[in-house]
Design a protein around this ligand. Structure first.
Ligand code: NAD
Ligand code: TYD
Length: 336
């Protein structure tokens, strides 16, 4: 049984990945997470007593702390999710994005290389490619043209991972995925924000004309693709991951209102995000051709399941919104 160090496992995608891998029963998981505002151990409440799971609170930009985790847990490989992940926050202040996404990634690369891990999967985003016009798709060869401080910091981390492979023959791989949605997404991102606002009867803020396009993928599909890359990917390669589900934002917002039986009067057009990328769309043919992977969920059923999850887990997102979830760590881990 190999041991995977997962960084950022208390966040949205990381927690879904930890749960998926534990359910497969083939790996031990060490979850290294700093528990920023986006990290919530309640996301993993159902698996925290699994004997194959351990949690360590540490900041990836703190070299000594990261070295300590590697010394105590001796992971065989790393799947790196930890990041500052929200574009709007990066517009307000990019500092944490550079510290975590750029410096933190380099620290992890250095420490991982020092102990000789067998594989390092760096989880990145299609946003590193910039924005598309009305046609065309991002391939792994598309130029890197990030437009937001978030995507620029992720591009910086991708280039450091690339350099570790080329310079040191470090066995690293990069995945670049489109927009995720599903259970446990922090309600600052489009889909959970709109669901929560609609349920509370608050306005739904749509940026600009609402016609920006994203390619939506159900989080379980993304996690499954990362597992495939970890198991079968070729060192030094980049793999795009997409959902083949392009939608305008306004379509998504109206669909959510329809699923919830709420009025479109809640929609409020607001000032556009500065530098707002117009369209993202992924060409996922490389991962399908080379690793035999493609998404299993379509947007219609995935969105319905997601809306249902937020209806069934109102307490979760209300605690996230109120900040009450932050007491959980102290209660759960304070005496350990
Ligand atoms: P998230 O914001 O929900 O979770 C991020 C996690 O990282 C949190 O648990 C947080 O506590 C942790 N973290 C932040 N800074 C840290 C630090 N310095 N040290 C240790 N842990 C730290 O993010 P997410 O949406 O789950 O995204 C996970 C990864 O996937 C990110 O690298 C992101 O760039 C990438 N990605 C996200 C999407 C998407 O649609 N959400 C799409 C493609 C790629
Ligand atoms: P977001 O979930 O922040 O993901 P990203 O910007 O990384 O793609 O936003 C998805 C799309 O929804 C994006 O085009 C911006 C738009 N958006 C809104 O219109 N209103 C909002 O309140 C938010 C958070 C996003």
């Amino acid at each position: 049984m190999s041991k995977i160090l997962v960084t950022g496992g208390a966040g949205f995608i990381g927690s879904n990945f930890v749960r998926l891998m534990l359910a497969r029963g083939e790996h031990q998981i060490v979850n290294l997470d700093a528990l920023t505002y986006a990290g919530n151990l309640e996301n993993l409440g159902d698996v925290e007593s699994d004997p194959n799971y351990a949690f360590v609170r540490a900041d990836i930009s703190d070299r000594k702390a990261v070295e300590g985790v590697f010394e105590s847990h001796k992971p065989d490989c790393v799947v790196h999710f930890a990041a500052e992940s929200h574009v709007d926050r990066s517009v307000l202040d990019a500092t944490a994005f550079v510290t975590t996404n750029v410096l933190g990634t380099q620290v992890l690369l250095d420490v991982s290389r020092g102990v000789g891990v067998s594989r390092f999967v760096h989880v990145s985003t299609d946003e590193v490619y910039g924005s598309l016009g009305p046609t065309g798709l991002f391939t792994e060869e598309s130029p890197l043209q990030p437009n937001s401080p978030y995507s620029a910091s992720k591009t910086g981390s991708d280039l450091l991972v690339r350099a570790a492979f080329h310079t040191h023959k470090f066995p690293a791989l990069i995945t670049r995925c489109s927009n995720n949605y599903g259970p446990f997404q922090f309600p600052e991102k489009l889909i959970p924000l709109m669901i929560a606002n609609a349920l509370e009867g608050k306005p739904l803020p749509v940026y600009g004309d609402g016609k920006n396009v994203r390619d939506w993928i159900y989080v379980e599909d993304h996690c499954d693709a990362i597992a495939r890359v970890l198991e079968k990917g070729r060192d030094g390669e980049v793999y795009n991951i997409g959902g083949n589900e392009e939608r305008e934002n306004i379509w998504v917002v109206k669909k959510i209102l329809e699923l919830l039986g709420k009025s479109e009067d809640l929609i409020q057009y607001v000032t556009d995000r500065p530098g707002h990328d117009r369209r993202y769309a992924i060409d996922g043919s490389k991962i399908e051709r080379e690793l035999g992977w493609k998404p299993k969920h379509d947007f219609a059923s995935g969105l319905e399941a997601t809306v249902q999850w937020y209806l069934d887990n109102r307490e979760w997102w209300e605690r996230v919104r109120s900040g009450a979830y932050r007491d959980y760590y102290e209660r759960q881990y304070g005496n350990r």
